[in-house]
Write a protein that binds this ligand. Structure first.
Ligand SMILES: Cc1ncc(C[n+]2csc(CCOP(=O)(O)OP(=O)(O)O)c2C)c(N)n1
Ligand code: SF4
Ligand SMILES: [Mg+2]
Length: 249
Protein backbone atom coordinates (compact mmCIF):
# COMPACT_ATOMS: atom_id res chain seq x y z
CA UNK A 1 0.00 0.00 0.00
CA UNK A 2 1.43 3.43 -0.89
CA UNK A 3 2.69 5.43 2.10
CA UNK A 4 0.51 8.35 1.03
CA UNK A 5 -2.67 6.23 1.36
CA UNK A 6 -4.65 6.23 4.59
CA UNK A 7 -4.61 2.69 5.95
CA UNK A 8 -7.54 3.37 8.28
CA UNK A 9 -9.92 4.04 5.35
CA UNK A 10 -9.09 0.75 3.61
CA UNK A 11 -10.53 -1.47 2.25
CA UNK A 12 -11.79 1.30 -0.01
CA UNK A 13 -15.42 1.81 -1.03
CA UNK A 14 -15.19 1.18 -4.78
CA UNK A 15 -16.96 -1.88 -6.22
CA UNK A 16 -14.87 -5.03 -6.73
CA UNK A 17 -12.99 -4.72 -10.04
CA UNK A 18 -13.37 -0.93 -10.23
CA UNK A 19 -10.57 0.93 -12.02
CA UNK A 20 -10.56 3.96 -9.70
CA UNK A 21 -8.57 2.10 -7.03
CA UNK A 22 -5.87 1.18 -9.56
CA UNK A 23 -5.55 4.73 -10.87
CA UNK A 24 -5.30 6.00 -7.30
CA UNK A 25 -2.71 3.34 -6.49
CA UNK A 26 -0.53 4.67 -9.33
CA UNK A 27 -1.07 8.20 -8.04
CA UNK A 28 -0.14 7.15 -4.49
CA UNK A 29 3.03 5.43 -5.69
CA UNK A 30 4.01 8.47 -7.76
CA UNK A 31 3.52 10.77 -4.74
CA UNK A 32 5.65 8.41 -2.62
CA UNK A 33 8.45 8.19 -5.17
CA UNK A 34 8.54 11.98 -5.63
CA UNK A 35 8.51 12.57 -1.85
CA UNK A 36 5.79 15.23 -2.06
CA UNK A 37 3.22 13.90 0.42
CA UNK A 38 3.82 16.79 2.83
CA UNK A 39 2.96 19.47 0.28
CA UNK A 40 0.31 17.88 -1.94
CA UNK A 41 -3.39 18.78 -2.02
CA UNK A 42 -5.89 16.34 -3.53
CA UNK A 43 -9.22 17.48 -4.98
CA UNK A 44 -11.88 15.03 -6.14
CA UNK A 45 -15.08 15.45 -8.13
CA UNK A 46 -18.64 14.25 -7.70
CA UNK A 47 -19.00 10.86 -9.36
CA UNK A 48 -17.44 7.66 -8.10
CA UNK A 49 -14.20 9.65 -7.73
CA UNK A 50 -15.78 11.24 -4.65
CA UNK A 51 -15.24 7.93 -2.85
CA UNK A 52 -11.58 8.98 -2.71
CA UNK A 53 -12.24 12.00 -0.47
CA UNK A 54 -10.61 10.19 2.48
CA UNK A 55 -8.35 7.92 0.43
CA UNK A 56 -5.01 9.71 0.96
CA UNK A 57 -3.10 11.02 3.91
CA UNK A 58 -3.15 14.41 2.18
CA UNK A 59 -5.15 17.60 2.59
CA UNK A 60 -8.19 16.74 0.47
CA UNK A 61 -11.21 18.60 -0.83
CA UNK A 62 -14.33 17.18 -2.46
CA UNK A 63 -15.97 19.56 -4.92
CA UNK A 64 -19.21 20.03 -6.87
CA UNK A 65 -19.65 17.96 -10.04
CA UNK A 66 -17.24 19.11 -12.76
CA UNK A 67 -15.78 21.86 -10.58
CA UNK A 68 -12.65 20.14 -9.26
CA UNK A 69 -10.40 21.86 -11.80
CA UNK A 70 -11.33 25.46 -10.85
CA UNK A 71 -11.29 24.69 -7.11
CA UNK A 72 -7.81 23.18 -7.36
CA UNK A 73 -6.73 26.06 -9.61
CA UNK A 74 -7.79 28.48 -6.87
CA UNK A 75 -5.77 26.59 -4.26
CA UNK A 76 -2.71 26.59 -6.53
CA UNK A 77 -2.98 30.31 -7.21
CA UNK A 78 -3.28 31.06 -3.49
CA UNK A 79 -0.50 28.65 -2.46
CA UNK A 80 1.80 28.13 -5.48
CA UNK A 81 4.30 26.14 -3.41
CA UNK A 82 1.76 23.29 -3.04
CA UNK A 83 1.38 20.42 -5.52
CA UNK A 84 -2.28 20.48 -6.50
CA UNK A 85 -4.13 17.53 -8.05
CA UNK A 86 -7.64 17.51 -9.54
CA UNK A 87 -9.13 14.00 -9.84
CA UNK A 88 -12.31 13.45 -11.86
CA UNK A 89 -14.32 11.12 -14.09
CA UNK A 90 -14.98 11.41 -17.82
CA UNK A 91 -18.44 12.86 -17.18
CA UNK A 92 -17.02 15.49 -14.81
CA UNK A 93 -14.05 16.38 -17.01
CA UNK A 94 -15.35 16.00 -20.57
CA UNK A 95 -19.00 16.94 -20.14
CA UNK A 96 -20.30 18.97 -17.23
CA UNK A 97 -16.90 20.44 -16.36
CA UNK A 98 -15.31 20.49 -19.81
CA UNK A 99 -15.21 24.30 -19.88
CA UNK A 100 -13.09 24.32 -16.74
CA UNK A 101 -10.67 21.66 -17.94
CA UNK A 102 -10.19 23.31 -21.33
CA UNK A 103 -9.83 26.78 -19.84
CA UNK A 104 -7.28 25.62 -17.25
CA UNK A 105 -5.26 23.96 -20.02
CA UNK A 106 -5.48 27.06 -22.23
CA UNK A 107 -4.41 29.32 -19.33
CA UNK A 108 -1.56 26.91 -18.54
CA UNK A 109 -2.51 26.58 -14.88
CA UNK A 110 0.31 24.82 -13.05
CA UNK A 111 -1.89 22.02 -11.74
CA UNK A 112 -2.16 18.29 -12.48
CA UNK A 113 -5.54 16.95 -13.63
CA UNK A 114 -6.15 13.19 -13.66
CA UNK A 115 -9.27 11.80 -15.32
CA UNK A 116 -10.57 8.22 -15.05
CA UNK A 117 -12.38 7.38 -18.31
CA UNK A 118 -14.85 4.53 -17.77
CA UNK A 119 -16.99 5.46 -20.82
CA UNK A 120 -20.08 6.50 -18.84
CA UNK A 121 -21.62 8.24 -15.85
CA UNK A 122 -21.02 5.46 -13.36
CA UNK A 123 -22.19 6.87 -10.06
CA UNK A 124 -25.67 7.72 -11.33
CA UNK A 125 -26.27 4.29 -12.83
CA UNK A 126 -24.33 4.15 -16.09
CA UNK A 127 -25.79 6.70 -18.50
CA UNK A 128 -24.18 7.57 -21.85
CA UNK A 129 -21.28 10.03 -21.65
CA UNK A 130 -19.28 11.74 -24.43
CA UNK A 131 -16.82 8.83 -24.13
CA UNK A 132 -19.34 6.01 -24.62
CA UNK A 133 -18.24 3.66 -27.40
CA UNK A 134 -20.29 3.12 -30.60
CA UNK A 135 -22.73 0.28 -29.97
CA UNK A 136 -22.14 0.35 -26.22
CA UNK A 137 -25.25 -0.33 -24.16
CA UNK A 138 -25.88 2.05 -21.28
CA UNK A 139 -28.93 3.05 -19.21
CA UNK A 140 -29.78 5.72 -21.80
CA UNK A 141 -28.68 3.78 -24.90
CA UNK A 142 -30.27 0.35 -24.30
CA UNK A 143 -29.82 -0.58 -27.97
CA UNK A 144 -26.23 0.65 -28.05
CA UNK A 145 -24.84 4.13 -28.77
CA UNK A 146 -25.71 5.19 -32.31
CA UNK A 147 -23.08 7.63 -33.65
CA UNK A 148 -25.58 8.88 -36.27
CA UNK A 149 -27.71 10.47 -33.58
CA UNK A 150 -25.28 10.91 -30.67
CA UNK A 151 -21.88 11.32 -32.32
CA UNK A 152 -18.63 9.44 -31.85
CA UNK A 153 -16.63 9.13 -28.62
CA UNK A 154 -14.97 12.40 -27.65
CA UNK A 155 -11.19 12.43 -27.85
CA UNK A 156 -10.90 14.44 -24.66
CA UNK A 157 -7.20 13.92 -24.09
CA UNK A 158 -6.38 15.09 -27.64
CA UNK A 159 -8.72 18.08 -27.15
CA UNK A 160 -6.86 19.09 -23.98
CA UNK A 161 -3.52 18.66 -25.77
CA UNK A 162 -4.66 20.81 -28.69
CA UNK A 163 -5.51 23.83 -26.51
CA UNK A 164 -2.64 23.53 -24.04
CA UNK A 165 0.54 25.54 -24.42
CA UNK A 166 4.10 24.46 -25.06
CA UNK A 167 5.41 23.07 -21.81
CA UNK A 168 2.23 21.17 -21.02
CA UNK A 169 2.33 17.44 -20.37
CA UNK A 170 -0.65 15.48 -21.74
CA UNK A 171 -0.92 11.69 -21.88
CA UNK A 172 -3.35 8.79 -21.84
CA UNK A 173 -2.57 5.66 -19.83
CA UNK A 174 -4.59 2.59 -18.93
CA UNK A 175 -5.15 0.41 -15.92
CA UNK A 176 -4.08 -2.41 -18.28
CA UNK A 177 -0.48 -1.12 -17.93
CA UNK A 178 0.01 0.17 -14.39
CA UNK A 179 3.75 0.70 -14.69
CA UNK A 180 3.25 2.97 -17.69
CA UNK A 181 0.28 4.74 -16.07
CA UNK A 182 2.36 5.47 -12.96
CA UNK A 183 5.20 6.83 -15.08
CA UNK A 184 2.78 9.16 -16.92
CA UNK A 185 1.33 10.42 -13.62
CA UNK A 186 4.82 10.91 -12.23
CA UNK A 187 5.88 12.94 -15.27
CA UNK A 188 2.72 15.04 -14.95
CA UNK A 189 3.49 15.80 -11.30
CA UNK A 190 7.12 16.58 -12.14
CA UNK A 191 5.88 19.07 -14.74
CA UNK A 192 4.05 20.87 -11.94
CA UNK A 193 6.95 20.54 -9.49
CA UNK A 194 9.32 22.12 -12.02
CA UNK A 195 6.70 24.81 -12.78
CA UNK A 196 6.91 23.98 -16.48
CA UNK A 197 3.22 23.94 -17.26
CA UNK A 198 -0.22 22.37 -17.06
CA UNK A 199 -0.34 18.60 -16.84
CA UNK A 200 -3.08 16.11 -17.63
CA UNK A 201 -3.35 12.32 -17.61
CA UNK A 202 -6.43 10.41 -18.78
CA UNK A 203 -6.55 6.82 -17.52
CA UNK A 204 -8.64 4.17 -19.29
CA UNK A 205 -10.57 2.72 -16.36
CA UNK A 206 -13.10 -0.03 -15.69
CA UNK A 207 -16.64 -0.09 -14.31
CA UNK A 208 -17.69 -3.76 -14.28
CA UNK A 209 -20.77 -2.89 -12.23
CA UNK A 210 -22.40 -0.74 -14.91
CA UNK A 211 -20.77 -2.49 -17.85
CA UNK A 212 -22.26 -5.70 -16.39
CA UNK A 213 -19.13 -7.56 -17.38
CA UNK A 214 -17.31 -10.50 -15.82
CA UNK A 215 -13.54 -10.35 -15.33
CA UNK A 216 -12.66 -11.63 -18.81
CA UNK A 217 -15.14 -9.27 -20.53
CA UNK A 218 -13.91 -6.35 -18.45
CA UNK A 219 -10.30 -6.88 -19.51
CA UNK A 220 -11.31 -7.40 -23.13
CA UNK A 221 -13.12 -4.04 -23.09
CA UNK A 222 -10.16 -2.27 -21.46
CA UNK A 223 -7.37 -3.89 -23.46
CA UNK A 224 -8.97 -4.42 -26.88
CA UNK A 225 -12.07 -2.25 -27.38
CA UNK A 226 -11.28 1.07 -25.68
CA UNK A 227 -7.86 1.61 -27.32
CA UNK A 228 -9.53 1.48 -30.75
CA UNK A 229 -10.84 4.99 -30.03
CA UNK A 230 -8.59 6.03 -27.15
CA UNK A 231 -4.92 5.67 -28.13
CA UNK A 232 -2.62 5.13 -25.18
CA UNK A 233 0.56 7.20 -25.09
CA UNK A 234 2.07 10.64 -24.54
CA UNK A 235 0.45 13.22 -26.80
CA UNK A 236 2.33 16.26 -25.57
CA UNK A 237 5.52 16.54 -23.57
CA UNK A 238 7.63 19.61 -22.81
CA UNK A 239 10.57 18.07 -24.65
CA UNK A 240 8.92 17.13 -27.92
CA UNK A 241 5.99 19.54 -27.97
CA UNK A 242 2.71 18.89 -29.71
CA UNK A 243 4.17 18.56 -33.18
CA UNK A 244 6.35 15.71 -32.05
CA UNK A 245 3.43 13.79 -30.59
CA UNK A 246 4.22 10.15 -30.14
CA UNK A 247 1.69 7.45 -29.50
CA UNK A 248 3.00 4.34 -27.84
CA UNK A 249 0.21 2.06 -29.05
C1 LIG B 1 -24.40 19.73 -11.38
C2 LIG B 1 -24.67 18.26 -11.25
N1 LIG B 1 -25.23 17.60 -12.28
C3 LIG B 1 -25.46 16.28 -12.20
C4 LIG B 1 -25.13 15.61 -11.06
C5 LIG B 1 -25.44 14.13 -10.98
N2 LIG B 1 -24.25 13.33 -11.09
C6 LIG B 1 -23.58 12.89 -10.00
S1 LIG B 1 -22.30 11.88 -10.38
C7 LIG B 1 -22.65 12.03 -12.04
C8 LIG B 1 -21.87 11.28 -13.07
C9 LIG B 1 -20.43 11.09 -12.79
O1 LIG B 1 -19.80 10.51 -13.90
P1 LIG B 1 -18.26 10.61 -14.08
O2 LIG B 1 -17.82 12.00 -13.86
O3 LIG B 1 -17.88 9.99 -15.36
O4 LIG B 1 -17.68 9.76 -12.85
P2 LIG B 1 -17.82 8.18 -12.61
O5 LIG B 1 -18.93 8.04 -11.61
O6 LIG B 1 -18.10 7.55 -13.92
O7 LIG B 1 -16.49 7.78 -12.06
C10 LIG B 1 -23.74 12.85 -12.26
C11 LIG B 1 -24.30 13.18 -13.60
C12 LIG B 1 -24.56 16.33 -9.99
N3 LIG B 1 -24.19 15.74 -8.87
N4 LIG B 1 -24.34 17.65 -10.11
S1 SF4 C 1 -20.10 1.99 -10.08
FE1 SF4 C 1 -18.36 1.57 -11.46
S2 SF4 C 1 -16.96 3.35 -11.29
FE2 SF4 C 1 -18.38 3.39 -9.54
S3 SF4 C 1 -17.30 2.34 -7.86
FE3 SF4 C 1 -18.59 0.79 -8.91
S4 SF4 C 1 -17.24 -0.13 -10.50
FE4 SF4 C 1 -16.28 1.81 -9.82
MG1 LIG D 1 -17.32 8.00 -15.80
Amino acid sequence: MPQSWRADTKPHKFCPGCGHGLVLKCLGQAIDELGIQGRTVFGCDIGCSLLSWDFFNLDSIQTHHGRTTPVVTGIKRARPELICIAYMGDGGGYSIGVQHLISAAARDEKITAILANNTQYAMTGGQMAPTTMPGQKTETTPYGRDPETTGYPLHGQEMVASVSREGAYVARGSIANLRQLKSFIKKALENQMMEIGFSFVEALSACPTNWRTNAAETWDFIEEKMPVYFKVGETKTPAVGQEGARLNG
